[in-house]
Ligand binder design. Structure first.
Ligand code: NAD
Ligand code: UDP
Length: 454
């Protein structure tokens, strides 16, 4: 009986111990489970936090929020911050690139993608031609024709009244060369022909520095004639109808000696050109230089300087802007206007001819300045300008019209472009110049704004 009792007690003890062990196991397992779900909950909260932070700038995050983040979170936060500032910098750079692209597009519009087509001339036909004043109004048109004919052209200019823009379409062409040089100083180049055009031509320009105007037309011409002598080149001198002064003979033939005031405001130009002619024939006689002298009458056309003060540019600019058209004096004085392409044809014909005495190149259709103002006003659509007379200009020649019989006979040349057509082309050019000026002003304004906003 006692034995059976002891066996039962042992069994009970084993059962109790096993139950206890099971109980401990259960408790441990439960703890572990609650720890892991707590861990999962914590991670989920952090994930939510990060998603929130991802959309905010670093400056927006309160400092304490950063402190509660763990190491992993701080790393992500840092990379987000770097990403944000990089994005900001990229946006700024993109804006600057866009601005530069606009500027480049504008500048590219000014540089032709390809050169005007030029003829190919063989070694024997191709000449090396020097054009002094080639960046000016007449010179640049002459350069265009010579280049297109296939010659090698050297432009010499000091840019007093000329502009690089007039010849920039030739920059880089293998037949073209530009020398920035003042012809008052000697020049040593090789040339077969010289067109000597360097000299201001508009009265306000040549009166601005009369001594320089005389130097250009005397010393400058001596330098060019000396060069022609040294290299054996034929030289054409651009003279002017101003050698006739305020003429007493009308229309003016080449045989007329002129009526010039030697000490008046125009004398620096008029007498400068007269000396220029004298020099040409002295070099011809003494040094056997082959010379041509063109007496050029009032010429107009595209590339005249918008503010050179000559009547054509003044009247057109005034008409285009509905400003008063300013006639100097009573407007009864006359002029005869030649379109620039006609003048260039005349210069080429003279250079090619064997005639070596002075030749008038101009258009004999004569108008009073008063009439001329009305012609221009009527050619500008919607023009509301009024024509007003004002003070007369000192020594203003009262009548001017070329007798072109000699040019017709010797050069078989006469002008072809009517005043109406020529003025229309010139008005179109000045219109474009005006819009360019507006565009430039806008550009300056934009740049200014960008600078001041910084
Ligand atoms: P422009 O002022 O447009 O051109 C003259 C050119 O000569 C300019 O490019 C200028 O920078 C350059 N120049 C001036 N002085 C110089 C110097 N010392 N060294 C180097 N370059 C210099 O004038 P334009 O209307 O083309 O006239 C060209 C020529 O034709 C001038 O000799 C002028 O006297 C003559 N001309 C013109 C007209 C006319 O109605 N356009 C009439 C009569 C004569
Ligand atoms: N002229 C004018 N108004 C102007 C500019 C010129 O009446 O705004 C006159 C000038 O007095 C002259 C003529 O127009 O009688 C031609 O002048 P320009 O200066 O063109 O050349 P010029 O033939 O006198 O050398």
């Amino acid at each position: 009986m006692i034995r059976q009792y002891l066996k039962f007690r042992k069994t009970i003890t084993i059962v109790c111990v096993l139950s206890l062990l099971f109980l401990i196991f259960l408790i441990l397992t439960k703890n572990q489970n609650s720890n892991s779900s707590e861990l999962i909950r914590h991670h989920k909260r952090l994930d939510d936090d990060f998603q929130d932070i991802g959309y905010r700038e670093l400056d927006d995050i309160p400092k304490k929020e950063i402190y509660v983040l763990g190491e992993k979170e701080l790393k992500m936060e840092l990379s987000n911050t770097i990403e944000d500032s990089t994005k900001r910098e990229l946006r700024e750079v993109k804006a600057k690139v866009e601005q530069l692209e606009k500027k480049i597009a504008f500048l590219e519009g000014r540089i032709p993608q390809k050169y005007p087509e030029v003829q190919y001339l063989g070694y024997k036909e191709r000449k090396r031609i020097l054009v002094t004043g080639g960046a000016g109004f007449v010179g640049s048109h002459l350069v265009d024709v010579l280049m297109i004919q296939g010659h090698e052209v050297i432009v010499v200019d000091n840019f007093f009244t000329g502009r690089k823009r007039n010849i920039e379409h030739w920059f880089g062409h293998r037949n073209f060369e530009l020398i920035h040089h003042d012809i008052v100083n000697p020049l040593f180049v090789e040339a077969d022909e010289i067109y000597h055009l360097a000299s201001p031509a508009s009265p306000p320009h040549y009166m601005q520095n009369p001594v320089k105007t005389i130097k250009t037309n005397t010393l400058g011409t001596i330098n060019m004639l000396g060069l022609a002598r040294r290299v054996g080149a034929k030289i054409l001198i651009a003279s002017t109808s101003e050698v006739y002064g305020d003429p007493m003979v009308h229309p003016q033939p080449e045989s007329y000696w002129g009526h010039v005031n030697p000490i008046g405001p125009r004398a620096c130009y008029d007498e400068g050109k007269r000396v220029s002619e004298t020099l040409a024939y002295s070099y011809a006689k003494q040094e056997k230089v082959s010379v041509r002298v063109a007496r050029i009458f009032n010429t107009y056309g595209p590339r005249m300087h918008v503010s050179d003060g000559r009547v054509v540019s003044n009247f057109i600019m005034q008409a285009l802007q509905n400003l008063t058209i300013t006639v100097y004096g009573n407007g009864k004085q006359t002029r005869s206007f030649c379109y620039v392409s006609d003048l260039v044809d005349g210069l080429l014909a003279l250079m090619a001819s064997s005639y070596s005495l002075p030749v008038n190149i101009g258009n004999p259709v004569e108008h009073t300045i008063e009439e001329f103002a009305v012609i221009i006003k009527n050619l500008v659509p919607g023009c509301r300008s009024t024509v007003a007379t004002g003070a007369a200009v000192e020594d203003d020649p009262q009548r001017r019209r070329p007798d072109i019989t000699l040019a017709k006979n010797q050069l078989h040349w006469s002008p072809k472009v009517s005043l109406q057509d020529g003025l229309q082309r010139t008005i179109d050019y000045f219109k474009e110049e005006l819009s360019r000026t507006t565009f430039y002003n806008n550009q300056t304004y934009i740049d200014f704004k960008v600078k001041t906003s910084h």
